[in-house]
Design a binder for this molecule. Sequence first.
Ligand SMILES: *Cc1c(COP(=O)(O)O)cnc(C)c1O
Length: 955
Amino acid sequence: MSVTPTHRTFADRHMGVTADSDRDQMLGALGFDSLDALVDAAVPADIRMDAPLALPGARSEEEILGDLRGLANQNTVMTQMIGQGFYDTHTPPVIRRNVLESPAWYTAYTPYQPEISQGRLEALLNFQTMVSDLTGLDVANASMLDESSAAAEAVLLMRRASKAAATAKAVIDQNLFPQTINVILGRAEALDFTVEVADLSQGLPEGDIFGIVLQQPGGDGAVVDHAAIIAEAKERGAMTTIIADLLALTLITSPGEQGADVAVGNTQRFGVPLFYGGPHAAYLSIRAGLERALPGRLVGVSRDAEGRQACRLALQTREQHIRREKATSNICTAQALLAITASMYVLYHGADGLKGIAERTHAHARTIAAGLTAAGIRVASASFFDTVTAIVPDRADAVIAAAADRGINLRRIDAGAVGISADETTTAAHVARVLEAFAAAGFDVAAPEAAALGDYAFDAALARTSDYLTQPIFWEHRSETQMLRYLRRLADRDLALDRTMIPLGSCTMKLNSTAEMESISWPEFAGIHPYAPADQTAGWRALIEDLERRLVEITGYAGVSVQPNSGAQGEYAGLNAIRAYHVARGESQRTICLIPASAHGTNAASAVLAGMRVVVVKNLETGTIDMDDLKAKIEKHAHELAAIMITYPSTYGVYDTDVREVCARVHDAGGQVYIDGANMNALVGVAQPGKFGGDVSHLNLHKTFAIPHGGGGPGVGPIGVAEHLLPYLPSDPRAVAGVAGSATPVVATLFGSAGVLPISYAYIAMMGGDGLTDATRHALLGANYIAAQLRDHFPVLFTGAGGLVAHECILDLRELTKVSGVTAEDVAKRLIDFGFHAPTLAFPVAGTLMVEPTESEALDEIERFIEAMIAIRAEIQEIIDGRFEVVDSPLRNAPHTAEGVIAGEWDRAYSREQAAYPVARLRTDKYFPPVARIDGAFGDRNLVCACPAPEAFED
Ligand SMILES: *Cc1c(COP(=O)(O)O)cnc(C)c1O
C-alpha cells in the first residue's frame, strides 16, 4: 500500500462520516458495497444526470477566503446617505460577535419546539414589545421579510379585515418609496383588486376604499401630520396603514396615536448592516382586534406544566402550515436572526439611548437643511426627520458626482432633486462634505447642530409625548458585561446545531461552516447600500452572477433570480412567472393550481397569493401521487389548468418513479410544472429538476446551500426557470412601472437578501461538483441508515425502489399511539431529555416524525440518535406492558426540567434517573430545558404578546 500524505479537503470537513470504516459499516448495514450502488438503487434511472456537474474545481477554505476578499475589494465602501429605506448603523460589537456571528444563535431552527427555544423566543418577544411600543399599537409580530413586502401584506390584511365591499380599492399615497409602490402593485395585480396611487395630502379620492397606506416620514423625507386623512378614512369605512421609521418614532407621534390600524416598516437601522439590501427584519403591528388577521409569526406568553411562564408561537392556526390556502400569509421562514439583532440593539441603547441617536441624526439633517438654505438651495420640505430633499434644477447628477468624489452617496430622485439621509453614523465632517458637494460650503456645521438639539424641524404638535420602552428589560442590559451575559444566558436555554444534530425532515439542517460565514460581516459586503451605483458594486454583482450560473448548472434551468428572500417568497415569484406566461399567451383563464395533499403549507398559500385557485390532488397510500385522481383533475380543469406544484423527492422523502409522467401529463394539458426545491439536498449532482420536467423551482439556500436558519430566518429562495419563463423573472423593484415583460418584483431590492449569498457561494465553490454530489450521496446514506436501524422499532412510513428512502424518512407512530397512548409529540418532547432537537413533527403526515440527518452528521451522532429512539421505544413498551399509565410515563411528562427532577417529593412511577439520565452518556453532557411541556392552547386563550409592563414587577 502506498502512503500519501493526508490532505483533507473542505468537503471532507463538511461531511460527517469521514472514516472509510464508518462509511463501509453503514453501507454494509444497507447491503451495498459503495455509495454509487446505493444511489443507483434509490434514484430512478430516468431522471439521473448523464454527466457530472460542470462546476469549477473545489477551493480550499483559505482559497475561498482569498477569492471573497478579491470580490469584496471590487466593491467601494462609501458613506451611505442614500436613505430610501436603508440607513447605516453601528452594530454594537458585542451584538455582532455574540449574535450575528455566533453559531448558538445563527444555527438555531424556527422555534416550533418552544421548550428548547426559550432564549430566542424571549428575544423575539422583546422585539415585538419594542415594535408595539414604538408604533403605539397593541400587537406586533416577530418579523416580516422586508419593508416593501410587509407593506403589501398590510394591504392584504386590511382587505381581509375591512368591512368594505369586495370591489373596494386600496389607495396608497404617492409619497411612499417607489420600491414599495411597485411591490404593492404587483400583489394587487395578482389578486385582481385595484390600488390607486394618489396624493393623499389632498384628501381621499372618490369610491369605495378598504384601506389607505401612508408613510412617515414620507418618501421624500417629509414628516406629515396624518391625523386628518386617517380620520377621513375612518369616516369612509377605510382602514389605515402607516409605513413608519422606528427611529423617527422616538421623536414623532406614533402611528397608533395618529389613529392607524396597522404599522409596518424595517428595523434594519437598529444595528443591522445594510447588507446590500438584506437580510433585514421588517415589522408589522396592529391594533387589538386584528390578531387573527395578522400575517407571519407571533410569539406569545403561555405557561408550562409546572406553572412557569414560557413563550411559544401563538395563534398558529392562522399560519400556512396549518391553514394552507386559507392562511393569513405564506410566510414560513421570516427574519428571526435580524429581529433578534435589532431587539438587542434596542435593549443595549434603551429608550434614552435611541432618542439620543435619533436627535443626533435629526440634528445633522437640520444642519444640512440650514446649510443648503443659507446657500440659496431650496429644500422641498421644512418638516423632516433625517432626510432632506434638495431642489437643484438640472444639477442632481453634478451634485451626486461631487458627493461621490468626497466619498458620499446621495439619492438621485430625478434630474433636479437630490435626497440626503443622515443616520447614526453621520458626523459633522460628513455634513461638511455634503454641503461642499452642493457648493454650499463655508457653513458653520458645528454651531446649528448643537443649537438644534431638543428642537425639532417638524410641527411641535407632532412631537412624541408618550413613553416607550419603559419595561425593565429595556434598561437592564446597558453595560457590555450585562449584555454579554444576557446573550449567553438566552443562548444557553436553546438547542442549536452547535450542540446537537437537528434531524428535521424537509429543513436540511446541515453544517453552516465558519469559512462560509466569515465574509458576510466584512464592510466591503455588509456596508454596501442596495441602491449604490453599479460602479461601486462590481464585486457584489460578480459574486451574484457567478452564484446564479452555478445554480443554473445544478438545477438544469436556463436562468436564476436570487431576489426572493424565502422559499415561500420564491414560490410566489415562480407562480407569478407562470401566471405572466399564461397571460402573455392570451390564456389568462389558466388559474388552477394542482397541489398534492402532501404538499408543504406554503405551496397552497403562495398559489392563492399569486391569484390561483387550489385544487388538491390525492396521494396514494404508498405516498405517490394518485395518478387516476391526477388524470381526472387535469381532465376536469384542462382549460383552466395553470400549474401543478410538486415537491421532489416528495415530501414523503421518496423518489417517485413516475415524476416524468406527472410532468408530461400536466404539460400536455397546457399547464406548467412547479417543482418545490426544498428537497434539493437529495438531488444535487444526481438529477436536475430543470431537466426532468420542471418549468420553475425555488431553492432554499437556507436548507441545501448552507445558509443557517438563524432561529427562523434569514432565508434565500432563488427561483430557477426554463427558457420560456426567463422574461418573467422578478424585475428591479425600483424600475418605474416595472420592467416590460417581466414579472413583478417581490421585495424591495433586485437581489433580495444579498448579504448572505457569500455563504452559498463559498459552500458551492469549496465543495466543487464532486463534493456537492458526494454530499447528496452521504445524505442518502445517513437517512437510509437511520431508516434501516429504526425500522424494527418504528415503522418507516414510505419507501421507494428497493425499500429505500431519499434523504429523509418518516417514522410512523400512529399504531403505537393507538396501543399505548404515546403520541408523536410525546416522543418529540422526550427527545429533549436526551439532548436532541425533535425531528419534524406531524408534517407531512399527522402522528409521524420525519427524520433528516443530512450529510454533515457523524456516525457517532447518528448512533446517539438511534440509541435515544430505541430507548424511547422501550419506554413505550413499558406502557404497553402496563408498567405505568401513559399519563405517568416519562414520555408524557417530558421534557424534564432540572427543578422538576430534583425538587421536593418524587412520586412518579419512574425514577429521577430515568427522567434525566435515560442513557449513560448523558451523565457527562446533559442539557436541561428551562421549562417543562408548554400549554400552547392556554396562551392562545389568554393572548399576551409583549414583555410584562413595569407594573407587573411592583410588589
Ligand atoms: C421549507 C419549505 C418551504 C418553505 O420555505 P421557507 O423558506 O420557509 O419559506 C416550502 N416547501 C417545502 C417542502 C419546504 O420544506
